[in-house]
Write a protein that binds this ligand. Sequence first.
Ligand code: SF4
Length: 203
Amino acid sequence: MGKKELFDTFCAELYQCNKCGICKTRTNVVHGDFREDCRVFLLGEAPGGSEDQTGRPFTGQAGGILTEFLNLAGLQRGNVYISNVVKCRPTKPSNHGRYGNYANRKPTAEEIASCAPWFAKELEIIAPTVLVTLGAVPLSHIVGRQVPIGKAHGMLFLSKNFNLPVFPLYHPAAVIYDQSKKTAYEQDIKRLGKWLKNYLKEQ
Ligand code: SF4
């Protein structure tokens, strides 16, 4: 079976998933857009309201910021694969939700564990050259323990668990809530762009 067929089978199975309680409130399961030769895999935390509605990752305000930052690294959305540790939107009841009577919340450890085999399968099919984590949740998932993103951002390391170079970035939403992180984000992503250019040349 070719890579595209494997991906299509993966998606068909993923859409049926009810392994955790989030399946009861989701509108769509969210994953990246398949590309045959995708070298960079960006991994976020979980879909938000906009992503749940569209079925596509990083389409909300944080997605707009991510697209701008990617351009600084010489990357286009069209040539990277973007997904999340958790494939459905974790919610909590709210009277102030922008998308119905629910607001976003962080995924629980149990939900992350339930969804982990989907990410492992997705990573195996996409087979990127480098993994870029967006925020503390995906970074901690890769490392296998809690890692403070304030210390780890911008510091490339080799993941033994996943046998891949990993470049941790802040979650783009961090810049919405704290503009002081913008400079650090820009510096990190420029460093990523420079490293990628040299690294991909050597592959
Ligand atoms: S979040 Fe993951 S494990 Fe839970 S229902 Fe969605 S796809 Fe399945």
